[in-house]
Structures are given as C-alpha cells and as structure tokens.
Design a protein around this ligand. Sequence first.
Ligand SMILES: *[C@@H]1O[C@H](CO)[C@@H](O)[C@H](O)[C@H]1NC(C)=O
Ligand SMILES: *[C@@H]1O[C@H](CO)[C@@H](O)[C@H](O)[C@H]1NC(C)=O
Ligand SMILES: *[C@@H]1O[C@H](CO)[C@@H](O)[C@H](O)[C@H]1NC(C)=O
Ligand SMILES: *[C@@H]1O[C@H](CO)[C@@H](O)[C@H](O)[C@H]1NC(C)=O
Ligand SMILES: *[C@@H]1O[C@H](CO)[C@@H](O)[C@H](O)[C@H]1NC(C)=O
Ligand SMILES: *[C@@H]1O[C@H](CO)[C@@H](O)[C@H](O)[C@H]1NC(C)=O
Length: 381
Amino acid sequence: MEKVTRRTISFSASFIFFIFSSTIIFLAGKSSAKFSHDGENNVTALFLFGDSFLDAGNNNYINTTTLDQANFPPYGQTFFGLPTGRFSDGRLISDFIAEYANLPLIPPFLEPGNSQKKLYGVNFASAGAGALVETFQGSVINLRTQLEHYKKVERLWRTRFGKEESKKRISRAVYLISIGSNDYSSLFLTNQSLPISMSQHVDIVIGNMTTFIHEIYKIGGRKLGFLNVPDLGCFPALRILQPNNDSCLRDASRLANMHNRALTNLLFKMQRQVKGFKFSLFDMNKSLRLRMQHPSKFGFKEGEEACCGTGKWRGVFSCGGKRIVKEYKLCENPKDYIFWDSLHLTQNTYNQFANLIWNGGHKSDSLVVGPYNINKLFQIP
Ligand SMILES: *[C@@H]1O[C@H](CO)[C@@H](O)[C@H](O)[C@H]1NC(C)=O
Ligand SMILES: *[C@@H]1O[C@H](CO)[C@@H](O)[C@H](O)[C@H]1NC(C)=O
Ligand SMILES: *[C@@H]1O[C@H](CO)[C@@H](O)[C@H](O)[C@H]1NC(C)=O
Ligand SMILES: *[C@@H]1O[C@H](CO)[C@@H](O)[C@H](O)[C@H]1NC(C)=O
Ligand SMILES: *[C@@H]1O[C@H](CO)[C@@H](O)[C@H](O)[C@H]1NC(C)=O
Ligand SMILES: *[C@@H]1O[C@H](CO)[C@@H](O)[C@H](O)[C@H]1NC(C)=O
C-alpha cells in the first residue's frame, strides 16, 4: 500500500456564521486545529458524486456523445496541458479540495487501473447527470448508478481492509455532491415542456436526492458537502434561448431558486433528525452571482461572456468544434473569464469557489458556506 506522506496544514477558523435565505443562523464554533492524515492507517478519503462541476473524466469511458464529453482541446489547456474530460480549462473544485486535504487527485471510478489511488477516494460524477434517471438518459451515469458504483468500492474496501477498518474509513470520509443543475437545465436545452408543475418537479428532484443521501448514510457516510444550483437562467447557453431579450431565462432561474430553498430545508432537517449526519452547503448561486455582478472585484475582466464558444455571450455550446456547431472562438486569457464555455466555469472561478468551500464561512466572504466548511468536515474524526 502506498504511503501517505504525513503533512499538516495549519488551520484557524473563527466563528462561522451561516445565513441562508436570511432565516437561519448557525453557530459552528471557534476552533484551531491541525489537519493531517495520520499515516496510511488513517486516511480521510474523498468521494465525489454528481455532474460536470465535479466529473474528472468518467464520461471518457461511457458510450455517449461529445455533448457530454470534454476530452478534446482546448479543454484542459491551462492546467493539465491536455484534455482530461474535465469541463474546464483546468482543475475543478474537487481537484483543489483534494490538494488542500493532502490527497492525490481523486481518480474517476471508470478509469482503468489505479486501484492503489482509489484508496484515497473515488470520483463517481458524470457530466450531464441529474438526480433523475430521465435526465439526459442514456448519455450519462445517473445518480442511482453512481451509488451502485460506490457500493462496489465499499465492498472492495471491506475485502481489502476488513469489515471494521473499512467501516471506519467510510464514516471518516468526506462526500462532495453537486447535483440538480441538469434536472432543470435539460428541460430548456432539449425544449421539453413539463407535464407537471415546477414545484412538483423540484419535489421529485429533492425526493431522489433525499433517497440518495439516506443510502450514503446507511452504508456509513456521515460527512457530506453539497454545492447548490447556480442561477441557471444566467448561463450563456440558457440566456441565448430567449431571442431579442438580454435578461436571464426566468423559469430556469426560478427552478434553481426553488431547488436551493428546498435543499437548504432538507439538509437542516436531516441534521436535526439523523444521528451523526453532518453537512456543509456551499451557496454556489450566490458566489457566482456576486462575481457576475462585480467581476473586477474578484479579479475577472469578463463576467457574462464565456471564454470558449460561438455566438452571443459565446452561448452556443461549441467549444472545441467537436459538437453540433464546428466553429468556435477562444479567448486569450481564460483566467479573466468567469465562464469557460456556455455551461461551465473557468479554473480561476473554480479555484475561488474551492477556497470558499474549504475554508469559508466568514462574514468577510458573505457567509457562502456552512454550517461546516469542508476543512472542518475533514477534521471531524
Ligand atoms: C453506443 O450507442 C449507440 C447509440 O445509442 C449504439 O448504436 C451503439 O451500439 C452503442 N455502442 C456500444 C459499444 O454500446
Ligand atoms: C420548443 O417547443 C415549442 C413548443 O413546445 C415550440 O413552439 C418552439 O418552436 C420549440 N423551440 C425550439 C428551439 O425547438
Ligand atoms: C425519483 O424520481 C422518479 C423519476 O425519475 C420519480 O418517479 C420518483 O417519485 C422520485 N422519488 C422520490 C422519492 O421523489
Ligand atoms: C425578457 O425576459 C424576462 C425574463 O424571462 C421577462 O421578464 C421580460 O419581460 C422580457 N422582456 C421583453 C422585452 O420581452
Ligand atoms: C441567487 O443569488 C441571488 C443573489 O444573492 C438571489 O437574488 C437569487 O434569488 C438566487 N437564485 C437562486 C437560483 O438561488
Ligand atoms: C485520524 O485522523 C483524524 C482526522 O481525520 C483525527 O481526528 C484522528 O485523531 C486521527 N486518529 C489517529 C489515531 O491518529
């Protein structure tokens, strides 16, 4: 077994105030501690589930189309120097989190080989995936299948470490989940009309997320981190669906809003009702909106147009020229942009988000994460 080098990150967090929808204030407390993996017998693993905000390349290995793949240039040009399947110019939130947690890059479940690396965690996420089986069905690994893959890893760990030790590792691990965006954006991108009301649709998505969370808990997961859904209607790919109107697409944003409110409620309810359940929720919507409204405050030059794509706001999903539209434009400096392509963010944006997710929860960062940040979740034994 590979040795985890013993390194420490000093950590210091002041009071974490957490306000969502200005109704909840949660005090997580003052602490000052060190995070370390205490040798190979005490690794705190990282499991990743969900969609393209976290997928590090699972879709390279499934039978799908280039609409759900990013394994061609210029994807990956800034950091890896080659396309990896990540929907960005470089690293994703999960790559930065792994780094901060002193873990190697977490490999995609479907990547062949790498059985050693998979002892530090596994990435099950799949670009295009939603909480519902119907979302981009046939082209993605849906959340239920991702859970089946996780169960396989858990069985492998039991064989490898023994029942007792495996259980400890499963409960010590941190789970990061980004899901929901595709359950809503797919309706607009594929021009479907909803046969049910918007709030019923949100209920079904949240219902399936609830089932998923309970399953993770039943297997032994305790420390879960979530990204909420960004203001989808303001993404270039959705904005261009509304011709002769520069506003964000109202219904897409409304769905995201309803989802985010329901997700916050669900997580606080579970924290009250489910013993040992601890969560971190990152307000990706608010963090993104703040940057879109004041790009220069956060070091960006462009907050609306994507770096890579075609058409108004480069809202046509053509980055790389391997999808339906073959020509595309590419900006010179992706780090000046918030959006990489019409549906995804640049490494620079993801880096800022990862810093907040890892260490945020302070008044100075607009309290976009809580009740725990991910650093704190890693520290909980
Ligand atoms: C991949 O999907 C296409 C279209 O859905 C199908 O025709 C083809 O047989 C599939 N290939 C494999 C290897 O499953
Ligand atoms: C989407 O569907 C509506 C009716 O459901 C139709 O009027 C409209 O033209 C369609 N738009 C596109 C881009 O296909
Ligand atoms: C999960 O989603 C399916 C549709 O994919 C739906 O029929 C089912 O009711 C949902 N489950 C819950 C618990 O909401
Ligand atoms: C543009 O779209 C927004 C939101 O979808 C809507 O509220 C507004 O009335 C539209 N404006 C025009 C001029 O159609
Ligand atoms: C996103 O955040 C903005 C600004 O904080 C807020 O006005 C909006 O309602 C939020 N939307 C969603 C989708 O949660
Ligand atoms: C294992 O690591 C956790 C942090 O994840 C720490 O709290 C705990 O004390 C460590 N256990 C041992 C035996 O060193």
